[in-house]
Every structure is written in structure tokens, then in C-alpha cells.
Design a protein around this ligand. Structure first.
Ligand code: FAD
Ligand code: UDP
Length: 375
């Protein structure tokens, strides 16, 4: 078979670009994936107890983009699901993002009422305020409350998750979970929120169903690259690896996932995700049945503990956004630019960006329109 395109990586980015090339250009695509499955970090499967679990941590789909939603809806039906997260603060489980309900659960009624009025006056009802902005507020009482939230919700969690103080991390990271001046307890407020009805992996199988697409699992591009030349290529792996780390390694954060099955109870905790900013070494526990709404006896939970990324030892899950790392990435990006007619570098690892799933879907669709079909 003649291969028109080689795609490295079978995550969202690789699979969607394969689908677009195969169906809209009627060209042949070979995907190589070093893991033994498709789906990238969104991969899910049934564990030995029959519980559908996300192997690489909880994946909640949420987007405001109708284009992204409509595109994925051609490959899956949906299970509507709104994510709710609790965090253990001073022995109480309160909603995160920290909001007006969290305020009332943690403080005496008089203080909570006063601060609720103050926050609404200052920021407006419904506003989302990054913690690093609120701790700079000129009002002393708001500053004190923000300081409490910083210490109890963000400091411990961020130190565990990133090994870095929130103030030394790019502000965009903690701004993902802003203080919400609202009674809305949901983790996300996006217009579309759901998980694929039969799971992510089933959706991925449909995305790459076109007979123009072939896939080789358990195949590392590194071992293939000198023996293979496709006309064009999409690379979704780590960009520094592609260029043999010539400018040094881009830092990542990795995770240890511990899956535990409880056969003596149908549910382990009251909601899908509970965060532990101040206790234990792990950051969060996810219980999948709350997400997938599966009816089974017993339940499986996943405990996540972050750790340093060590090349060859574990996986690079999170790019660590800051100025120094962005500068290093730019050097690799400049190399990539020189070969952009032959190789496209797209996705969370290839662009060294902390993308959510909907962002990589949008990015893949946009890349096809701008850099492939309209070239
Ligand atoms: P990936 O999914 O990383 O896929 C890249 C693929 O390339 C991988 O399968 C990898 O094995 C393969 N590969 C790499 N190098 C090579 C090589 N040399 N040869 C062959 N194959 C190679 N997003 C959300 O929107 N909501 C969430 O709730 C959410 N939760 C997350 C939780 C965790 C713990 C993590 C880590 C991420 C989460 N995300 C979430 C982000 C989401 O996983 C990513 O946005 C998305 O998976 C990125 O897709 P991608 O195709 O760019 O990369
Ligand atoms: N965060 C925190 N405490 C929490 C939840 C989040 O400090 O209870 C911070 C932490 O730095 C985390 C970041 O906000 O890494 C982003 O959180 P998010 O839930 O978006 O992380 P992800 O699901 O991508 O791991």
C-alpha cells in the first residue's frame, strides 16, 4: 500500500487528522502508536471487574465550541454529565472551584454573608476571579479571604501536583480553577458537557474507521524513522524527542495512577472527584461510576499522585508552563518551522501546550483546513 501520510500518535490529534485526510482527501494514512492502544491519554477500558475506567486519569469533555461538539457527535452518542468536585478543607468537603457555597460551608453565617456581599459588589455575581488576582485585592478583608483560599485550596495541591509554589508557576495554571462568585457548584460552565456514551475508545475506533487508515500499535516512530519515508507527516509526540533533544529536554510532570477496586460497596465517595489539597501525598481520587453512570456491583477508584517526569521511566503528562520552558520550546518550534512543508507538529506534546481535549480537537480541525487542504 502506498502511504501518503505518516501520523505519529493515535490520540485526539493524530486520529482526527487521519480521519480528515482519509475522508476528505481520499489519501492513505498510516498511524504509528507506541502504546498498545488508540486514544492517547483519553483511552478508557473495562477493568477486570467490569468497571469502565479512564486509564490515564479522569477525562471530562467540555466545550463551548459547537463546531467541536458537532464534529465529535458524528462519531459518538453522548452521556450528559456535569462534573462536580469536592475538596477536603479543614475536615469538611466543600465545592471546588471555591465559590459562595464553599464560603458558607467553611465560615460562620455572619462572616460568610458579609463576604458574599463584598465579593459580589467588588467583582459581580457570576464572575470568575483567578486566585493570584484576588490575593492582590486592595480590600484588606477580601485579601484575607483570598489568602485563606490560597493556602487551603491551592498551595498544598499545587506543590504536590507541580512541585512548585503557585506563585512561581505560570498564572494560567491556577486560573483554570478560578474563585467563582456564584452558587453554581459545577467544575465547568461550558455549554456542552458530556462523555462518549460507549466510552472514549469506542469513539476513537469510529474516528479511524475509514479503510484508508491503517494503524500499527506498539510501534515507536524512533525505531521506524530511518526505514520509512512517507510523503508527508503529522507528529504528535514530544517535539524535543523529534529533534534528539538538541537544545535540552523540555520539562514535564508525570503521574502515578493507582487503581483500587472495592467489591463490598456500590459507591466509594459522594461525587466523581475529591481533591486533597492538604492531606496525604496524592492529589485527588476519582470514582468512575459517577462519570459513566454504569450500573455494576462494586466500584473502582483511581488515586493520582504526581511525580517528576524521568525520560524512559514514565510518561510526560503535563507540560510545565513558564517563561523559561516557553523559550526552550520556541527553539524547537523554530526547527519545526524549517521543515513545515514535510512535517506538521500538532497536539499537547508537539506544541508543548496544556491543551484540553476540545482545544486539541479544534486545533486538529483548524490545521487540516489551514495547513493541509488549503495549502
Ligand atoms: P496524547 O493524547 O498525548 O496522544 C499522543 C500519542 O502519541 C500518545 O498515545 C503517545 O503514546 C503517542 N506517541 C508519542 N511519542 C510517540 C512515538 N515516538 N512513536 C509513536 N507514538 C508516540 N482534557 C480535557 O478536556 N478534560 C479532562 O478532564 C482532561 N483530563 C486530563 C487528565 C490527565 C491526567 C491528563 C494527563 C490530561 C487530561 N486532559 C483532559 C487533556 C487531554 O488528555 C489532552 O488534551 C489530549 O489527550 C491531547 O491529545 P493529543 O493527541 O495531543 O496527545
Ligand atoms: N488546583 C488546586 N487545587 C484544587 C484544584 C486545582 O490548587 O483543588 C490548581 C492546581 O495547580 C492544578 C490547577 O489548579 O494543577 C489546574 O487544575 P485542573 O483541575 O484544571 O487540573 P487537571 O485536571 O488538568 O489536572
Amino acid at each position: 500500500m502506498k502511504i501518503d501520510w505518516l501520523i505519529v500518535g493515535a490520540g485526539f490529534t493524530g486520529c482526527i487528522l487521519a480521519e480528515q485526510i482519509a475522508s476528505r482527501l481520499d489519501q492513505n494514512v498510516l498511524i504509528v502508536e507506541k502504546r498498545d492502544h488508540i486514544g492517547g491519554n483519553a483511552y478508557d477500558c473495562y477493568d477486570e471487574n467490569g468497571v469502565l475506567a479512564h486509564q490515564y486519569g479522569p477525562h471530562l469533555f467540555h466545550t463551548n465550541s459547537k463546531k467541536v461538539w458537532d464534529y465529535l457527535s458524528t462519531f459518538t452518542e453522548w452521556l450528559f454529565y456535569q462534573h462536580h468536585v469536592l475538596a477536603v478543607i479543614d475536615g469538611k468537603k466543600v465545592p471546588v472551584p471555591f465559590n459562595l457555597n464553599s464560603l458558607h460551608m467553611l465560615f460562620p453565617i455572619g462572616y460568610a454573608n458579609k463576604m458574599e456581599m463584598k465579593l459580589i459588589d467588588r467583582y459581580g455575581l457570576g464572575k470568575k476571579v483567578p486566585i493570584l488576582e484576588m490575593i492582590e485585592d486592595s480590600d484588606e478583608e477580601i485579601q484575607q479571604l483570598a489568602d485563606f483560599v490560597y493556602k487551603k485550596v491551592f498551595l498544598g495541591y499545587t506543590l504536590k501536583q507541580w512541585g512548585i509554589d503557585p506563585k512561581n508557576l505560570d498564572s494560567s495554571v491556577t486560573a483554570r480553577v478560578p474563585i467563582h462568585i456564584s452558587r453554581d457548584d459545577r467544575y465547568f460552565q461550558d455549554k456542552y458537557q458530556a462523555v462518549p456514551k460507549s466510552g472514549y475508545t469506542a469513539m476513537f475506533k469510529n474516528i479511524i474507521k475509514n479503510p484508508n487508515i491503517k494503524i500499527l500499535l506498539k510501534t515507536d516512530y524512533k525505531e521506524l524513522k530511518d526505514r520509512f519515508s512517507a510523503a508527508k507527516m503529522v507528529y504528535t509526540g514530544p517535539i524535543d524527542e523529534f529533534f534528539d533533544y538538541k537544545y535540552g529536554e523540555l520539562p514535564y510532570r508525570s503521574l502515578n495512577f493507582k487503581s483500587i477496586h472495592h467489591s463490598n460497596t456500590d459507591y466509594y465517595q459522594e461525587t466523581s472527584q475529591i481533591n486533597y489539597p492538604n492531606d496525604y501525598d496524592f492529589t485527588r481520587i476519582t470514582e468512575y461510576k459517577h462519570i459513566t453512570q454504569q450500573k455494576t456491583a462494586g466500584t473502582t477508584i483511581m488515586v493520582e499522585e504526581a511525580c517528576p517526569y524521568l525520560r524512559g521511566m514514565n510518561d510526560p503528562y503535563y507540560p510545565i508552563p513558564n517563561k523559561e520552558h516557553t523559550e526552550l520550546y520556541r527553539k524547537y518550534h523554530a526547527e519545526a518551522d524549517k521543515i513545515k512543508n514535510r512535517v506538521l507538529f500538532i497536539g499537547r506534546l508537539a506544541e508543548y501546550r496544556y491543551y484540553n481535549m476540545d482545544q486539541v480537537v479544534a486545533r486538529a480541525l483548524q490545521t487540516f483546513e489551514r495547513q493541509i487542504i488549503n495549502k
